[in-house]
Write a protein that binds this ligand. Structure first.
Ligand code: HEC
Ligand code: HEC
Length: 446
């Protein structure tokens, strides 16, 4: 344990300690993990550490999103599916899939995202993004649907606008018919007339009357919600860790050999001495919280990205947030979480603990893609080389681990077992426009 333990960790620890006083430590999973089944690599773990393994699977059902009334509408997901791959959304021909490429586990495999210009952050996968409490590296968004507006309007990413997005939907007969079927007729006030209220030239956001702007925003929110519905379909497949935990729990389909001996050694480190479980825990390997790891900033020294601190300011003011007029559940738990957000200097430099499911497929790593491989990440946690000394903003439970080369290799072996299958056979994970063209040409050939 480090000397610099945050208040949150201390209170969490006391809570745990109290629970332990009340009840004897129980193992997660039903029936409990049988010690007799444990491979030698895990035999030295105590009950609490074993319970951490038991909690790694299964993934729970996808959480509902009441702020998006079409979150689970098939028609909305189908519209969103088309928009996700549509290059017309950007004047520079960039689609969501340009950066979130299904063939690269919905990333771009680059350190920093490349849109119209080089962005400041690494492109994360969007597989399982629907499971996150907050979206984005700094949790700047409280829903998938509100997130989608940001790359669209970011001049470094897609360089587009609400008006252009709506124009594409309005002027494409297929997209418009789909929109009408889900949300009711596309507003007649936004029809192309003598003066097109959605004209994007010369100004990217048209100077319109407030009433028209409100209508543009509401219609945009509908389209964004279809993108949100689509992204709820993008889920990771079962991983070796799931079969392994099933094996420990004596469940059907379980397989105690799903993890190699090296991966099992890495797992033991992960839930004990490595301390990874403190933040990367549960079936998604994240506490859904924010932490500053002390990664050096651009000047090679102190961290310089305000991260969560700036995100909280943005989130509270965002008219597209879950508590706002465009949300479909302004009194939901999520909306109340947003209303309850408070800015505080300790948020400086904090990033969301990323999920580690499928992490082997999403190099390079960290919010700025600074680590090219999992080996480099393991080296960081092992040595803390490249971390700035904990400053006054610091919150850290990180201590050098001294695992050595073989201990690091084991840890990486374990991380690889958290998902490798991106199930490209899944129709939601292919470009529907290409797919449609393929079936059409097949039909012609027949
Ligand atoms: C130029 C590349 C680029 C394009 C185009 C792009 N994104 Fe992203 N995406 C990123 C980057 C970079 C981030 C991380 C931003 C941050 O957190 O600061 C991100 C984050 C996300 C996240 C959050 C994932 C999580 O883990 O919470 C979602 C969801 C997402 N993008 C969806 C989309 C959608 C939908 C579109 C199209 C409307 C899109 N993106 C277009 C680069 C891109
Ligand atoms: C104090 C909480 C905390 C602990 C402990 C911790 N992590 Fe992390 N981890 C994070 C945060 C936060 C990030 C994102 C940091 C960033 O992008 O700047 C991260 C990022 C990562 C990434 C990169 C993921 C990606 O998609 O880029 C990997 C891999 C990882 N951690 C593995 C581990 C391992 C293995 C351990 C144990 C040796 C560990 N972590 C311990 C909080 C933690």
């Amino acid at each position: 344990m480090s000397m610099f333990v945050s208040a949150r960790f201390v209170s969490a620890w006391f809570t745990c300690a109290c629970l332990l006083l009340v009840a004897p430590p129980a193992l997660a999973g039903d029936p409990p993990i049988a010690r007799a089944l444990l491979a030698p690599e895990l035999a030295a773990l105590n009950d609490e550490e074993l319970a951490r393994i038991g909690a790694m699977s299964p993934l729970p059902a996808l959480p509902a999103d009441p702020t998006n009334r079409v979150a689970d509408s098939l028609a909305a997901a189908q519209l969103g599916h088309r928009l996700f791959f549509d290059k017309r959304l950007s004047p520079k021909g960039i689609s969501c899939a340009s950066c979130h490429d299904p063939a690269l586990a919905f990333t771009d495999a680059k350190p920093l995202a490349q849109g119209i210009a080089t962005a400041r952050r690494n492109t994360p996968t969007i597989l399982d993004a629907a499971r996150r409490r907050w979206n984005g590296w700094d949790g700047k968004f409280d829903s998938l649907w509100s997130q989608a507006l940001s790359p669209l309007e970011n001049p470094m990413e897609m360089g587009s606008s609400r008006a252009r997005l709506l124009q594409v939907v309005r002027d494409d007969p297929d997209l418009r018919a789909r929109y009408n079927a889900i949300f009711g007729d596309f507003p007649s006030e936004l029809a192309a007339g003598a003066r097109d209220p959605l004209a994007t030239v010369p100004a990217p956001v048209p100077a319109t009357a407030p009433a028209t702007q409100a209508l543009i925003d509401a219609t945009t929110a509908n389209v964004l919600k279809s993108l949100g519905a689509y992204q709820r379909k993008l889920l990771s497949g079962p991983a070796p860790i799931d079969r392994f935990v099933d094996g420990l729990n004596g469940k059907q389909g379980g397989d105690l050999d799903a993890l190699s001996p090296a991966a099992r050694r890495g797992l033991a480190t992960f839930v004990s001495k490595g301390g990874c479980y403190q933040c990367h825990r549960g079936p998604s390997f994240t506490d859904e919280e924010f932490h500053a790891l002390g990664l050096a900033g651009a000047n090679g020294r102190v961290p310089d990205d305000p991260a969560r601190l700036a995100a909280v300011d943005f989130l509270r003011a965002n008219p597209f947030n879950c508590a706002g007029i465009l949300s479909d559940a302004r009194d939901s738990a999520k909306a109340n979480m947003v209303k309850g957000l408070r800015r505080s200097s300790e948020l400086f430099g904090q990033f969301r603990t990323p999920s580690l499911r499928g992490v082997a497929l999403t190099a390079p790593y960290m919010h700025d893609g600074r680590f090219a491989s999992l080996d480099a990440v393991a080296h960081f946690y092992d040595t803390l080389v490249g971390a700035s000394p904990i400053g006054h903003h610091g919150e850290s439970v990180l201590v050098p681990l001294d695992l050595g080369a073989s201990g690091r290799a084991d840890l990486v072996e374990f991380l690889r077992a958290l998902g490798t299958d991106v199930s490209l056979g899944d129709p939601w994970k292919v470009n529907p426009l290409v797919e449609a063209a393929r079936t059409e040409s097949q039909a012609v050939g027949r």
